[in-house]
Design a protein around this ligand. Structure first.
Ligand SMILES: *Cc1c(COP(=O)(O)O)cnc(C)c1O
Length: 398
């Protein structure tokens, strides 16, 4: 074949040109190269419950899910998702019909992409809270939307806050939807009842849809997780997304789900069916069993991570970082300025050599990069001994 001529380059199209390799790949490669402890990427270093793994093996052996499962997901998992919503949020009025209002996806990542592809017209504006999870910007771009960031800002109280006036001002006649994430990665912010009520009011007033990424719904240490869908008038406007990755420590399985009104779920499914069609057959049966684990499982997961949050936060504080104590998720962000540094990017590039730890600069999750420049993110979904060793090493971070 003749070589590509120069005028056909760059190969990557304009929609995706700004998205190079994700920072996680880059930092994880650095971790491998230097042998540093990887607190960069948010994957647990211990797998989820043995009985759930066994359930996947059984499904494989018994030939359940080895061929294309049904498009919306296997009935067992759709029923388990509906039962989970009822168990944890039924008291808030959140319920869903497993046949019409649940869709199984290839992780939350596909659920987000399919929601945007199914609901956004080219040129529509999509508001997202920055710093944001890195797939949001790319998914908005693939849907032809324009992203409009609203910045969560650190306050005096050591937490990040949403400025509701700024959010209101960001809405224009072109705004189609709000893409929200609570508990929020990377800041650990959990939106409070008053904030969610104000967001719901804004959606009603301006006739907006909401897509809510709730993958950390069970990792709330302070306060409580409230689905936006439970607020007045939001049931028919909200696509609620979650996944098994974070809740059950199987990030490699890529089993996620969408719940919402039949109309919204149908719109998301219209896109999903041409992305992956279906996914993860046998794992769907295993996740159905995982969702039915007793409350004690969910409590133990949360309490284990609460301890780990405290362990790493204390280590960071003792090492001289300014620590933003996360109310939820398994990430903690820290201010490097007390250590005499300014650029989180430079700081993270040098950190593996300096003290054998990998972190992620949060500025890559911002459009207004200056707003995130002095902050770095550490994941604490790691074994105790790893976190204790990281805390020890980080004393040499400055
Ligand atoms: C990890 C993560 C996801 C991706 O979930 P998958 O189920 O692995 O696709 C989505 N959103 C946020 C905020 C995350 O942290």
């Amino acid at each position: 074949m003749a070589p590509m001529t120069a005028d056909r380059r760059p190969l990557l199209n304009r929609r995706l040109a700004e998205f190079g390799t994700t920072i996680f790949a880059e930092m994880s490669a650095l971790a491998v190269r230097t042998g540093a402890l990887n607190l960069g990427q948010g994957f647990p270093d211990a797998d989820g419950p043995e009985e759930v793994r066994e359930a996947a093996v059984r499904a494989l052996r018994e030939g359940r899910g080895n061929q294309y499962p049904p498009g919306p997901g296997v009935p067992e998992l759709r029923q388990a998702v509906a039962a989970h919503q009822e168990r944890f949020y039924g008291h808030l009025g959140v319920t869903c019909d497993p046949d019409r209002e649940v869709l199984v996806t290839a992780g939350a990542t596909e659920a987000i992409a399919a929601s945007l592809l199914g609901l956004v017209e080219p040129g529509d504006e999509v508001i997202a809270l920055e710093p944001y999870y890195d797939s949001y910007a790319a998914s908005i771009a693939m849907a032809g939307g324009t992203r409009v960031p609203v910045t969560l800002r650190p306050g005096e109280d050591g937490a990040y806050h949403l400025d509701l006036d700024e959010l209101r001002d960001a809405v224009t006649d072109r705004t189609r939807l709000l893409l929200l994430n609570s508990p929020h990665n990377p800041t650990g912010t959990v939106l409070r009842r008053e904030e969610l009520a104000a967001i719901a009011e804004l959606c009603r007033e301006r006739d907006l849809l909401a897509v809510t990424d709730e993958v950390y719904e069970h990792l709330v240490f302070d306060g409580e997780h409230l689905p936006l869908a439970s607020f007045p008038g939001m049931r028919d406007r909200t696509v609620t997304i979650s996944s098994a990755g974070k809740t059950f420590s199987f990030t490699g399985w890529k089993v996620g789900w969408v719940t919402g009104s039949a109309e919204l779920v149908t719109a998301v499914r219209s896109a999903k069916q041409y992305l992956t069609f279906v996914s993860a057959g046998p794992f769907q049966y295993a996740v159905a069993e995982a969702l039915a684990l007793p409350d004690a499982y969910y409590t133990a997961l949360r309490e284990d991570l609460r301890e780990k949050r405290d362990l790493l936060s204390q280590g960071l504080a003792e090492a001289g970082f300014g620590v933003f104590r996360p109310a939820g998720t398994y990430f903690v962000t820290a201010d490097i300025r007390p250590l005499g540094a300014e650029s989180g990017l430079d700081f993270c590039l040098g950190l593996p050599e300096r003290c054998g730890v990998v972190a992620v600069p949060t500025q890559v999750f911002y459009d207004h990069q200056a707003a995130g420049a002095p902050y770095v993110r550490f994941a604490f979904c790691k074994r105790h001994d790893v976190l204790a060793e990281a805390a020890r090493r980080l004393k040499g971070a400055g």
